[in-house]
Design a protein around this ligand. Structure first.
Ligand code: FAQ
Length: 332
């Protein structure tokens, strides 16, 4: 009886303590202060961040594959150097993001395991093939363009390590977007065949790029809570509309046609209104049935297996350094 009363008192004071912590956490969010790794945070906030940051990291790493496919076939040395640098940047973004996720108490091994076992998602866009050189232009222009639109607001996300990682990532993405647009401009000012290649790439990448922003707001399970926590600053539909508004004039400047017969400018709102997105295609890609899902996962699994010796060597080297340092201290 006595123990039960004590337990109840314990539970009661724990609840009061948690309510206090929650109030402090919410006050910080309201005041636009950053939440840092050692701060108390609700478990659901932590889980949401691990989910979003790790999916983002996986997207950067899997996102290296479609463009990596063209490094050996880039048309000039200048294009090859820029493409190698871009693909390397994407690898770097993945690493900053894994490091940001690790500050939330999850290990990198666990995150990689979630990706390789198919339990974690990565962006739908990277399950489409890169068939011609113009696809590399389109990825920079549209995919990095969409990524920037989505990621600039993440520089103000409420979790400090994620927000800080995004600042550098956005600077690099902006260079990526320009190199892609410059490829498109060169092709569009080139021969009729080159312009046709650019149009064909736009036809294939336009709709998947719009899907990158995620399901429509009405079907987005996480948006409402993530907006309340200021993890997300805009909804999926709001960002998609901003992207369309920014990109349509860029397509017109290239002399290309957006593959959407319903696209029209709405004078009253100042927005480009676009046609219906094929959400069944999006659902299929997320379910693993996109054109390249299997190929992408096989490539990542193979890279992980082939890299095992590097991880082992790095661990052995670190152990040797630790042993040497310990021996030196013992000898002093
Ligand atoms: N693909 O309730 P919501 C890049 C999932 S980086 C796959 O709206 P949320 C750089 C979502 O995870 C591109 N899955 O979810 C680059 C959730 O599933 P879950 C990646 C998607 O989180 C360029 C479910 O649907 N960027 O491109 C997608 O509030 C060139 C319900 O959705 C980021 O990750 C999708 N497109 O909003 C690299 C940015 N959309 O977890 C190489 C950070 C949604 O419940 C070359 N992430 N899902 O199983 C975000 O801003 C958000 O997570 C959203 C989704 C907006 C992607």
């Amino acid at each position: 009886m006595y123990t039960q009363a004590l337990n109840q008192a314990d539970t009661g004071s724990k609840l009061v303590e948690d309510a206090d912590k929650l109030a402090r956490f919410e006050a910080k969010i309201d005041a636009e202060e950053r939440i840092e790794p050692n701060d108390w945070m609700p478990e659901a906030y932590r889980r949401t961040l691990v989910r979003q940051i790790s999916q983002h990291a996986h997207s950067e790493i899997v996102g290296m594959l479609p463009e990596g496919n063209w490094i050996t076939r880039a048309p000039t040395l200048r294009r090859k150097a820029a493409l190698i640098a871009k693909v390397q940047d994407e690898g770097g973004h993945g690493l900053y993001l894994y490091a940001a996720a690790e500050t939330l108490g999850v290990s990198r091994e666990e995150l990689i395991d979630q990706l390789l076992s198919g339990r974690a998602k990565y962006s739908s866009i990277f399950n489409y093939p890169t068939l011609t050189w113009a696809d590399i232009g389109c990825i920079g222009w549209l995919v990095d363009g969409a990524a920037i639109m989505n990621q600039i607001p993440l520089c103000r996300t409420s979790y400090g390590p994620y927000a800080r990682a995004m600042i550098r990532i956005c600077k690099e993405e902006s260079f990526h977007q320009r190199q892609g647009y410059e490829i498109m401009l060169t092709l569009c000012r080139g021969s009729a065949e080159q312009k046709a290649m650019a149009q064909d790439a736009l036809n294939r990448w336009w709709w998947p790029a719009l899907m990158m922003f995620g399901p429509p707001d009405a079907a987005s399970v996480h948006t409402e809570q993530s907006m309340r926590w200021k993890i997300k600053r805009f909804t999926n539909d709001a960002l998609r509309q901003q992207f369309v508004d920014a990109t349509v004039p860029q397509a017109h400047f290239l002399g290309l046609t957006i593959p959407d017969p319903d696209l029209r400018y709405d004078e009253a709102s100042g927005h480009w209104r676009f046609g219906a997105i094929d959400w069944e295609e999006f659902r299929q890609v997320l379910a693993g049935n996109g054109p390249c899902n299997r190929e992408r996962m096989e490539a990542r699994r193979r890279a992980h297996e082939e890299g095992a010796w590097v991880r082992e060597a790095a661990l052995a080297h670190a152990a040797k350094r630790r042993a040497r340092a310990a021996a030196k201290i013992a000898a002093e």
